[in-house]
Design a binder for this molecule. Structure first.
Ligand SMILES: C[S@@+](CC[C@H](N)C(=O)[O-])C[C@H]1O[C@@H](n2cnc3c(N)ncnc32)[C@H](O)[C@@H]1O
Length: 262
C-alpha cells in the first residue's frame, strides 16, 4: 500500500554499510535511533514500536474503507512527538498530517528531521492547541482521525470528533477519565469486571466502541502485542458509506457547536 516516496542517499548520521539495501522500515528504525541519541531527554524505544504496530494494525482497514492506498490526511490528536503522523507520511500512505497537541516535545522536530533525511514527504502541520480549544477543523473526505495513547478523556474526545465529522477513527487508548456524573457508573463497571474476572479496561474500551456501533458505524476491536505495551487495545470505527459520501470535501466542523457524549 502507499506511494513510493523518493529514497535519499545514506544520511551523514549513518555509520553502517550498504544503505541502499535497507528497507524503508529499517531506515526509519535507524532514523529513530539517531534522533534518540541526540535528544537531551530519554525517548523510550517502545514509542516507536507501539506506533509502528498501531500503524500496521490500522493501515489496511482505514485505507480499505476508501478503497485507496493513500489517505488525503490524517489528524493525529494528542500526537506529542508525532510518530504516528510521521509513519503515515514517510510510508507515502497519507498526503498530509495535522497534529493537535498543546505541548510539542523537543523530540518532534528531531524525529521529523531524521525521517526527512531518509525519505521525502510534506512535514505535518502542528497545531499547538488543546483539542477542545480548536474551533474549526477541516478534513477532506478521505481522511482519518487517530489517537495514540491519548490520556484520560482525550480518547473519548477523539471518538466524539470522528462521530461528529463522520470520519473513520483509530485509537490506542491508555486510560480513561471520568466526569463527575460518570463516576458511579464506572465504579459499578469496575466492580462487575472484577467479579466476573474480566479486564475493566477491556470492558471500558468495548463501551467506547459501542457508542460508534450504536450510531450505525462498523467497528473493529484488535490489539498490538502486549509485549510492546500493556495498554494495547486498538479500536477502529468506520462510518456507514452513505454518511461518508454525504460529507463534503473540505468539510468544516465548528467544534464550538459540538454536542456532548450520547
Ligand atoms: C501519552 S501522550 C501520547 C503521545 C503520542 N501520541 C504517543 O504516541 O505516545 C498524550 C499526549 O496528549 C496530549 N494532550 C493531553 N490533553 C490534550 C488535549 N486536551 N488536546 C490535545 N492534546 C492533549 C499531551 O500533551 C501528550 O502529548
Amino acid at each position: 500500500m502507499g506511494t513510493q516516496n523518493a529514497f535519499k542517499p545514506a544520511p551523514a548520521w549513518y555509520r553502517g554499510q550498504r544503505w541502499e539495501e535497507l528497507s524503508l522500515g529499517a531506515r526509519l528504525n535507524l532514523a529513530f535511533q539517531a534522533a534518540r541519541e541526540e535528544l537531551p531527554t530519554h525517548l523510550p524505544s517502545k514509542e516507536l514500536w507501539e506506533n509502528r504496530e498501531f500503524y500496521a494494525q490500522t493501515l489496511d482497514v482505514l485505507c480499505g474503507h476508501f478503497a485507496t492506498p493513500v489517505l488525503d490526511e490524517v489528524l493525529d490528536v494528542g500526537g506529542g512527538h508525532g510518530l504516528i503522523s510521521l509513519l503515515w507520511l514517510a510510508h507515502g500512505t497519507a498526503q498530509r498530517a495535522t497534529i493537535v497537541d498543546h505541548y510539542e516535545p523537543h523530540s518532534h522536530r528531531l524525529l521529523l528531521a531524521k525521517f526527512l533525511s531518509v525519505v521525502d514527504f510534506e512535514p505535518p502541520t502542528y497545531l499547538h492547541q488543546r483539542l477542545e480549544d480548536v474551533t474549526l477543523l477541516r478534513l477532506p473526505e478521505r481522511s482519518a482521525i487517530l489517537g495514540v495513547h491519548c490520556c484520560g478523556r482525550l480518547t473519548d474526545a477523539v471518538i466524539d470528533l470522528a462521530l461528529q465529522m463522520r470520519r473513520p477513527f483509530a485509537v490506542l487508548p491508555c486510560c480513561h477519565g471520568a466526569k463527575e456524573r460518570d463516576k458511579e457508573f464506572l465504579a459499578m463497571l469496575k466492580a462487575i469486571a472484577h467479579r466476573k474476572g474480566i479486564s475493566f479496561f477491556d470492558a471500558y474500551d468495548f463501551l467506547r466502541l459501542g457508542r460508534a456501533w450504536a450510531a450505525g458505524w462498523k467497528v473493529y476491536f484488535t490489539s498490538i502485542s502486549p509485549t510492546v505495551s500493556p495498554r494495547n487495545n486498538v479500536l477502529i470505527g468506520l462510518p456507514p458509506k452513505d454518511m461518508a459520501e454525504r460529507g463534503a470535501e473540505g468539510k468544516t466542523v465548528d467544534k464550538g457547536t459540538r454536542s456532548g457524549r450520547p
